[in-house]
Every structure is written in structure tokens, then in C-alpha cells.
Design a protein around this ligand. Sequence first.
Ligand code: FAD
Ligand code: NAP
Length: 480
Amino acid sequence: MFKYVNSVLLESGCLTNYLLRQKVFKSSSAAQKPKVCVVGSGPAGFYVSQQLIKAYPKIEVDLFERLPVPFGLVRFGVAPDHPEVKNVINTFTKTAKSGRLRFVGNVNLGTDIILSELREAYHAVVLTYGAEQDREFGIPGEELPDVLSARRFVGWYNGLPVDSNLKVNLDIETAVVFGNGNVAIDVARILLTPVDALKNTDITEHSLAVLSQSRLKKVIMVGRRGPLNVAFTIKEIREMLKLPQCKTVMDPASFEGIREVIEGLPRPRRRLMELITQAALNPPPESWANATRVFEPLFFRSPIEFLKSLRSNRLSGVNIVVNELSGDRAVPTGVVESLECGLALRSIGYKGIKAGKDIPFDDEKGTVLNKNGQAEGLKGVYCCGWVATGPSGVILTTMNNSFEVGHAIAQHMETGLVDISVNKPGYEAISHILGDKGIQTVSFSDWEKIDEEEKRRGKEIGKPREKIVSVEEMLSIAAR
Ligand code: FAD
Ligand code: NAP
């Protein structure tokens, strides 16, 4: 009987036909098991799965991921010189190997599978697919080849397949990074770190080759507001102040009156402010005397136009306007300045996108419309992590949010808000849809083959791993 259902589904290639015959499926299945799928295998996907498995012993969780490899921004975002942050992968691996979670890589929500199909197949669907675009300025010249998003630059040095061919020109003396968050600091640090200090990390070889030829002398990091409004954190700025062969230079004028304000700040913020104020106003440490590179945070400035060289299509500079604060907002004064530069990196925040027309979405914020993780108007659909909260917060923030949502889902199953009395086919049905489309799925043990190969290649050149950047190559290793 089951065979009959499968063959109908294979012929029609349509889940609805399959579900029309669900009576057959129902009668062939004895025990009720809640079936949940999670879409996106970054921290949110793994943490919500972990919570669901813990809270609901009978549950079956399927974790779909667009790429053949798991871990989202832990693999493709976290900086290569911060390996300790990636230890969370050990916890995720434990969850994946618990026997209660099925990792299904190389499946893209929106093309390979759509939300309505997942809703038909599972009792609950959790969207955890992050924020894969970035905010733009929308100013002239932003389309120039040397104006890059920090997101893509990060993807380039971290081996994100889609960014592996990014053209990064470091045959220049000055780069400008816009934004005052930790991503801006990450990209500035990677640009200014002596290349020898990166060689033993998991940074990609293609980026190392470009970085080792870099002529860069200065990175200017431009914030639209002042030192009191920075979004970066103390550990990250301290690292910049201690970078070998690099000095930090700031305009003391941006720090006028700041000491009086600092006194009244909560302790963690006060410590951060004291650190940057001291660096700006105190005499420079001796270690900076022989610096060959400069890190220059520049405050109260916004870009208004990227400038093209007269002789080529390359970036030659950027016009910026001086801002003043009105309350918390940066307001342009009309005073315009120019900065010469050959590379500009826009680091003003990531942005989520709608992975299918049936997803309730706030295009402005780039998040799934939701209340405490419950998608608006769609029973049984949940979301957590950056696609739900917006692109801010560290892994710990994402973990807390995902645990809360996981806990809520388990409760909704207990109380009947999510109806688990109906039997659902779960992966049985989805695998047919994927099979019909000829999609090669990647299991967690397939990923472990890729992992092994990356570590093997890394070992040969003294690195923890050399990331494979071609999806085809990943798939061919997975199929071995
Ligand atoms: P993500 O990690 O982005 O995971 C989303 C997953 O969904 C990805 O695997 C993606 O491939 C997948 N996906 C996307 N679209 C689809 C689709 N249509 N179908 C199927 N799958 C899909 N935090 C720290 O604590 N320490 C750090 O050092 C740190 N460094 C960072 C560096 C950078 C550059 C960035 C951007 C962030 C950093 N963070 C750091 C923050 C941390 O990475 C985030 O808090 C966390 O990754 C958010 O988790 P998420 O699961 O919501 O999103
Ligand atoms: P972020 O922390 O939100 O910082 C974004 C920055 O962009 C802010 O300085 C913001 O300034 C600026 N900005 C936004 N719109 C702008 C505009 N139109 N013009 C000029 N500036 C603009 O975002 P992020 O740096 O992308 O980081 C995302 C999250 O990941 C953060 O929570 C971060 O801590 C985390 N992360 C952590 C680490 C780490 O722990 N080492 C590393 C990387 C990322 P305003 O304040 O004026 O809006």
C-alpha cells in the first residue's frame, strides 16, 4: 500500500496528491510522533532543534540547509582569527549526532522546497534562515567594483561559495570601512593584521594570496555618529589597539566633553568609552612608534558619493558629509569632505530576505513578521535567530532567543495549540519532492566526509582546515 502512495507521488511529483491519500498513510502508522522541520542550520537552527529534542522526547526534527555544509555564520561569518568562538560547533555536532536530528543539506527553501509543502508535511515549521543580504546607502557610485559589502568580503575570506570569486583589489594604500559595529572591526582587523598571523587560521588560501600582496597602509573606519554611539564591543576594539605594527589615530575633536558624560554610564559601557577616549587623547604608546599601518576611526561622517577615477572604472575616493547629533540621530551639517581611497566596504548591517511568497515578511526590517517567534497568520510556523529578530546579537543572544522559541513550540504541542493528533508524513514526503527534482541531499555523515577532507587539506599547509569553496566539489565528496 505504501509503495502505491510513493509511486503516485513520483508520477505526479506533487505533495498534495500524496496527502490526498494520507488516509492510507494514517492507517499504516501506529505511534504518533510530532514532526518538526527547521530551515537553516546556523546557531538558531541548531539551538532550537536542541531545545525541541530536550523538551519533547518523542519528537522528530529535520534540519534543512541551503548549503551542503552546516553551521551558518559560525563557519562563514566568525573571523578566522577567532577560532575559540567556533567551539559551539562541538555542541551542534553532538545534537546532530544524537540520533534525533536529521540534517538535510543542499536544500534551499524557496526553490527546492516551499513553505506550503513543509507545512503539509510537518506539524510545525521553524524558519531559522538568517539574514543573507545587507543594507545599502543608495548613493551615487555605490555600484563601482571597489565598493563592496563587508558581508561579501567576509564571505570571501571565510570560503562562502557564492563569494569565493569576489574581486578584492588591495593594490591600494587606503581602504574605508563604513559602520561602527563588530563586523566593521572584523574586516578592518583582517585588512590590517600582518599576513603571517593569519596563515595558520582557517582563512581561505585565495584571500590569503591577495592579502599577502596587499599594499594597504591605512584603514579609515567611518561612523555616522560619535564615539558614545559605537556598536562594537570592548574586546574587539582592544584587539585593534594592540594590533602588531599598527597604530590607531583618532581626531581629539570628536571626544570633546566626553569625559563628563562617561562618568554616568553603566559600567560595561563606561569601560569601553574610557578605553577609546584614552586611546584618542593620551600620548601614543611606544609600540606605535614603528607602526607601518594606521587604523583611523573617524566619527560624525556619512558618505554621500563614491568617486570614480578619471582614467578607469576604479574607485578613487568618497565624498562624506559631516554630521552633528540631534538627540540620538545623525544630521548632516552640509559640510562636505573628501577621502581618497581605493576600496570601500559597507558594513551597516545585514538584512533578511523573503524565502518564498507565502512567508509573512517585513521587507523594511528584513524579518519574518512574528510575535514571540510565532509567524503572523500561519499556524504552526515559527521563526527564531536573525530572520526573526533582525541582524543583531551575538551567538549567545541567538541561543537565548532560539531556546525560548523551542520551548514555546514544545508547549504548544503539549497544549494542542499545534495539533499533533493528525499524522504527518514528515521527511518521507519531502524526500520524494526532492528526489523528483533530482536534488542530491547531504546528510550529517556526508558533511563529515567534507569536514575530513577540509582538515586533511589544511594539515598539508599548516592550517586547521582549508575550506572547500565549490558546491559541486562538496557534493562530489559527499557522494563518495
Ligand atoms: P545564520 O548563522 O546566518 O544561519 C542561517 C542559516 O540558514 C545559514 O546556514 C544559511 O546558509 C541558511 N539558509 C539561508 N537561506 C536559506 C534557505 N532559503 N533555505 C535553507 N537554508 C537557508 N557572534 C559571536 O558570538 N561571536 C562572533 O565572533 C561573531 N562574529 C560574527 C561575524 C560576522 C561577520 C557576523 C555577520 C556575525 C557574527 N556573529 C558573532 C553573530 C552570529 O554569527 C549570529 O548571532 C548568528 O550566526 C545568527 O544565527 P542564525 O542561525 O540566525 O543565522
Ligand atoms: P551592528 O552592530 O548593528 O552595527 C551596524 C553599524 O552600522 C552601526 O554602527 C550603525 O550605526 C551603522 N549604520 C547602520 N545604518 C547606517 C547608515 N545608513 N549609515 C551609516 N552607518 C550606518 O551590525 P554588525 O556590525 O553587522 O554586527 C551584527 C551583529 O553581529 C552584532 O550584534 C555584532 O555584535 C555581532 N558580531 C559580533 C562579533 C564578535 O563578537 N566579535 C563579530 C561580528 C559581529 P548607528 O548606530 O548609527 O545606527
